[in-house]
Write a protein that binds this ligand. Structure first.
Ligand code: HEC
Length: 91
């Protein structure tokens, strides 16, 4: 019975699990990024861009999320987020 339930949850959970399949690298700021950057889209937007964005690129991207997409991120959090992204997901 337990196995059946497990299987069921695997199948029904496919779409949702996919969205959350990305587990960010451990580091200072991880929780902030995980919560603030997964509100509107999957975190794979971050991993997908890791090879193309440097510090300037991430600053621009996070600023764009705030000014154009209305992400509710304040200046202090923005700094922590950008530092985390540069350290862990930058070219
Ligand atoms: C309020 C909603 C919202 C939040 C919060 C948000 N984003 Fe986005 N993000 C978007 C939308 C909408 C797009 C798609 C934009 C497009 O298609 O041009 C996007 C696209 C992206 C892209 C793809 C490249 C680009 O410039 O379009 C990256 C990378 C990205 N977001 C990173 C982040 C990061 C990092 C955070 C956290 C700091 C974040 N996003 C938070 C709405 C959001």
């Amino acid at each position: 019975m337990r196995r059946l339930i497990l299987l069921l949850s695997v199948f029904t959970g496919v779409a949702a699990a996919d969205e959350n399949a990305i587990v960010l690298k451990h580091g200072q700021g991880k929780e902030l990024v995980s919560s603030q950057c997964a509100m509107c889209h999957s975190l794979d937007y971050i991993t997908m861009n890791a090879t193309v964005l440097d510090r300037a690129g991430w600053e621009k991207t996070v600023s764009k999320m705030i000014t154009m997409m209305n992400a509710p991120i304040n200046e202090a959090d923005k700094k922590i987020i950008v530092d985390y992204l540069v350290k862990n997901y930058s070219k």
